[in-house]
Structure formats: structure tokens, C-alpha cells
Design a protein around this ligand. Sequence first.
Ligand code: ASP
Ligand code: MG
Length: 257
Amino acid sequence: MRLILKTKIVIYGGNEMALIVEKFGGASVADTERIKAVADRIAREVKKGNQVVAVVSAQGKTTDGLLHKAEEISAELSDRELDQLLACGEQMSAALCAMALKAKGINAVSLSAWQLGLFTDGVHQNAVPLMLTSSRLRRELEQGRVPVITGFQGIDERGDLTTLGRGGSDTTAVFLAHALSADRCLFFKDVDGVYTADPHTDQAARKLESVSYDTMLSMAQNGARVLHSRSVELAKKYGIRLEVLSGFSENTGTVIE
Ligand code: ASP
Ligand code: MG
């Protein structure tokens, strides 16, 4: 169900303003320097006249660190409490990114799942996003702010925090791209695209210019960690073209369509 409709804004001179969802993974926001680089990239897009919705993951290995803390407490953990804990990482990086944007003179606001009304089913640790019930995101965009969204998290009908499964921030980005009818959905990763094998370990790995949803899905099922497989399923279902790019270079990436 789509509750937020897109209004195309036409700038004087006839150029259409594009709405771009930009997702930044853990490596892309790993430290202060990286966060500032993310803010620069977003600022460049905003200065071209485009609207950006940023979706961020937790910094570096933050989620693993949180999980480790929980495992020190007990071997039997409640999924609900794990969600409460693991969702903290994305809240940190969203706030830090919004601060970095403001420091560059870009009007930004960090928003978490409950502020967006991003509802999921009630399956803790592996929730599926269902709908966006608030117009907050659209209103922030209309007021010229860059919303920086916590990836990976939602709320269920009880008002409890849920998480979308490890790597689930990708799914947040695709879900929002669909809900907002975004023009583009970009993923900034620690690789500059989709390769035939892991380029970090396999020298023969070749970058693909484009791959189909189905090829990407079977790659994800065979352990390629480029995109959360549910995000590819959602993209296929809604026909959303995904672009995987490097958070560290300006190289051209891989299109999934
Ligand atoms: N921070 C979460 C994880 O490490 C979600 C994500 O990165 O997409 O799994
Ligand atoms: Mg991650």
C-alpha cells in the first residue's frame, strides 16, 4: 500500500528535480572522516537541484559489537530485546550524518522508523516492511530538508521496534524508493559494483555492468554479500532499478534491473 504520493517539482527552466534515495552501508559511514565524505556527496547532489533521501547503516562493525555485548549477558536472548539493542547503531549514524550535513550548510534531519511510520510485520530480527503511514518524510522533503533515515529498523503494530535481518538497510532503501516513487535508488558500498566473485579475495573477479534481478538473487543466495536478498526481491516486485556504486571512488558501478 502506498500512502505517500509523489509530487514532481519542476524547476524554472524546465529541468525536473530528481528524487534520489542514497543508501550508505556500514563501511561508508565507518568513522568521522567517512561520514563527512558522505555529507559531501549528498551536498553535491543537493546543489545540483535534486532531492536526496539518505538511508544509513550502523557504523562499521557496530552491530556486531552490540550483538557481542548481548551474547555476553546470556546465551538465550529475546528477539524483541535484541531489536531494541541492534536498532541503536543506525540511530547513531543517522544523527551523525545529519550533523555532518548541517555543518556543511545543508538543511538535514535524522528520522527513525517510528518518526516515519515505517510499519513492518511483527517478526523480530527478520521483519518485512509493510507500509509508510506518516507524511513526515514527504513534508521534510517539501521543506527542503535532507532526511537521513535509520536503515534496518521498523515498528510493528504494537509499537515495538523491529529489525529487518542482518544487512537489512538495503531493504529500507528499496522500500522507501518505492513508497516515494523515487527516480533513482543508489547503494554506496565497499565495492564499486557487483563482481563475478569477491574482488577482495579473488583476483580474477570481473565487474558486471548490469545484472538481472534473478541473477542478483541467485548470487545473494549463494553468499554474495553485495545486497540484502529481500531488497532485490522487493526491487524486482516493484520494478525498481538499483545502482551499486563505491562509497570510496567515483567509478561507475553495476545496475540491477
Ligand atoms: N547494521 C545492520 C547490520 O549490520 C544492518 C545493515 O547494515 O544493513 O546487519
Ligand atoms: Mg551492514
